[in-house]
Design a binder for this molecule. Structure first.
Ligand code: AMP
Ligand code: FE
Ligand code: FE
Ligand code: ZN
Length: 278
């Protein structure tokens, strides 16, 4: 069993890189990819520890991109070698747009009467601040009684406290990952469209036309029927499949590393072997 989607304290997870490696060893994972939002810092912090622990660690990232006007999370994997320096420079631009969004989000929340500053959210994380850090401040100050309620009432894309950020173009992101020696995969496709296979088919076809090589068929939010649907799309478009739990530690308490939500995940090593051969 492997897990190709996980987050550390360097983005919005609650496990440090060292704790995540320890957890991967404890549950007997054959390989782990760290896919923090917009940063390689978690992977870099885990790299030597993984070697010591004898764990196959894959360098990964999760980017927020724009495809036909909607926000799409794109995973990037560098299973054979780490990305070139130009790619890291480009990540700096992503981090800047996130920073600007965070400043505006704190202002928006204050305009809604919430006593919160960007610095308070920032203090909950490390190199990078995300919405789960804002959610934690809202929770600790008693504005909400759970992380989920913080998203539902304030931070979800449909909620009153949400602000847009400048996102990278989807096709450009796919190409930059490819140029850096990596493989991109659309994260949790369940969030693209629900219950409309015809439009989803058209959308995935459009992504394929942008050069997208893979799809995250296996994810904690996918039911067995969803998995079957994404396997079918991947086969139809000749795309590879990836999979992982999207583990965030206590920020997504129902999700376990490797096994997902209520044991609904089991990604075999052959998935990674296949990616390495692309
Ligand atoms: P950000 O990259 O800062 O915009 O934050 C995105 C992260 O917030 C996601 O990766 C999830 O961890 C979390 N998130 C986004 N939307 C929701 C939601 N509706 N419910 C729970 N968590 C969410
Ligand atoms: Fe996240
Ligand atoms: Fe995501
Ligand atoms: Zn994720």
């Amino acid at each position: 069993m492997i897990d190709l989607h996980s987050h550390t304290t360097e983005s919005d997870g609650t496990f440090t890189p060292a704790e995540l490696i320890a957890e991967a060893k404890r549950i007997g994972l054959e390989a782990l990819a760290i896919t923090d939002h917009d940063t390689l810092a978690g992977y870099e912090g885990a790299r030597d520890l993984a070697v010591q622990a004898g764990l196959d660690l894959v360098c990964g990232i999760e980017l927020s991109t724009k495809f036909r006007g909607r926000s799409v999370h794109l995973l990037g994997y560098f299973p054979n070698r780490e990305p070139a320096p130009e790619f890291r420079e480009w990540l700096g631009i992503m981090q800047k747009s996130r920073y600007d969004r965070n400043v505006r989000m704190a202002e928006r929340l204050r305009s809604l009467g919430v006593d919160i500053t960007f610095a308070e959210a920032q203090a909950k994380g490390r190199s990078l601040t995300g919405r789960p850090h804002f959610a934690r401040v809202l929770l600790e100050k008693g504005y909400v009684s759970s992380m989920q309620q913080a998203f539902d009432e304030y931070l979800d894309e449909s909620a009153k406290g949400y602000v847009e950020r400048q996102e990278a173009d989807f096709a450009e992101s796919v190409e930059r990952i490819r140029a850096a020696g990596g493989i991109s995969s659309v994260a949790h496709p369940i969030r693209l469209l629900k219950n409309d296979d015809e439009r989803l088919n058209e959308m995935i076809g459009g992504m394929r036309d942008c050069g997208l090589p893979a799809l995250e068929a296996y994810h904690s939010d996918h039911s067995p029927a969803d998995v079957a649907r994404y396997e079918k799309f991947a086969a139809h478009y000749g795309m590879a499949r990836t999979g992982g739990s999207d583990f965030h530690g206590a920020n997504k308490p129902n999700i376990q590393l490797g096994t997902g939500a209520n044991n609904n995940l089991h990604v075999p090593l052959t998935i990674l072997t296949n990616l390495r051969g692309l």
